[in-house]
Design a protein around this ligand. Structure first.
Ligand SMILES: [Fe+2]
Length: 261
């Protein structure tokens, strides 16, 4: 990259981060050079474990997004590179943060098309489960979908709806279920088959294998049902909701806004 382009990228990054108020203290730089060869090897192993199943069972938009954002099977992602590929497509960035964000900071970032992204990686001892999201869950699991224009619009709108009810815990709890059953555990029907797009399914071999083996009840997506459905955050999911298109979740975010607002 030429030095002029680097200066422009740095300036653009500064501008987008400058929009943040409550989330600003959580944003950090990713020290990509500090990842060890062992950590790159863990990433490679994780991608190698998931990709054969995903090539068959992930939705087409996820697989296209994986290529579009330049993810590599052998190296941990450089978030600045990922963001520079996303920016011209949907305006989203994958912005490094220090860990779990408070709700107001999280929704402020989504409202600004900035996905809060952790930079730590699980160890080889906990390949299929981490209590908190790591870079594999966040980037491998979530970010490819952000290259899809409709999904990108949905996620920004969802962030804005949540930000608008930030002082209403009961409304946020209901909206949290919409996130859970779409962004985290969403499935979609494509060419007569169930395909996965939610990060919790994309990034977890155990959870996805159980789904594909028929271990979850799959219902047609219904906003009222989703907003009322209890979430299983520590166990495998007993029920998931299938959409027919990503327009359906964008419309759901708009409908949720009028139902809750
Ligand atoms: Fe997630």
């Amino acid at each position: 990259m030429a030095s002029g382009m680097i200066a422009e990228t740095v300036a653009a990054k500064g501008l987008s981060r400058g929009r943040l108020k409550v989330a600003a203290p959580f944003v950090l730089e990713q020290d990509w050079g500090a990842y060890t060869p062992q950590q790159h090897a863990v990433w490679q192993e994780l991608v190698g474990l998931r990709m054969p199943q995903l090539a068959r069972h992930a939705c087409a938009e996820y697989l296209e997004g994986f290529d579009l954002i330049g993810l590599r099977p052998d190296l941990l992602p450089n978030l600045a590179d990922v963001s520079s590929r996303l920016a011209p497509r949907t305006g989203w960035s994958s912005t490094p943060v220090s860990g779990f964000l408070p709700a107001d900071a999280f929704f402020e970032m989504l409202s600004n098309r900035m996905f809060p992204t952790t930079t730590w990686l699980r160890t080889r001892e906990s390949m299929d489960y981490t209590p908190e999201p790591d870079i594999f869950h966040d980037v491998f699991g979530h970010v490819p979908m952000h290259a899809h224009p409709v999904f990108a619009d949905f996620l920004e709108h969802y962030g804005k709806v949540c930000a608008s009810v930030i002082d209403r815990p009961e409304a946020l709890e209901r909206l949290g279920r919409l996130f859970w059953f779409t962004v985290e555990f969403g499935v979609i029907r494509q060419r007569g088959e169930i395909k996965v797009y939610g990060s919790g399914l994309i990034s977890s071999h155990g959870e996805c294998t159980r789904l594909l083996a028929g271990g979850c009840e799959i219902k047609d997506f219904n906003l009222e049902a989703v907003l009322s459905q209890a979430m299983q955050t520590s166990e495998m999911q007993p029920v998931l909701y299938a959409v027919e298109s990503f327009e359906e979740i964008y419309e759901a975010a708009k409908a949720a806004e009028s139902m809750i607002g």
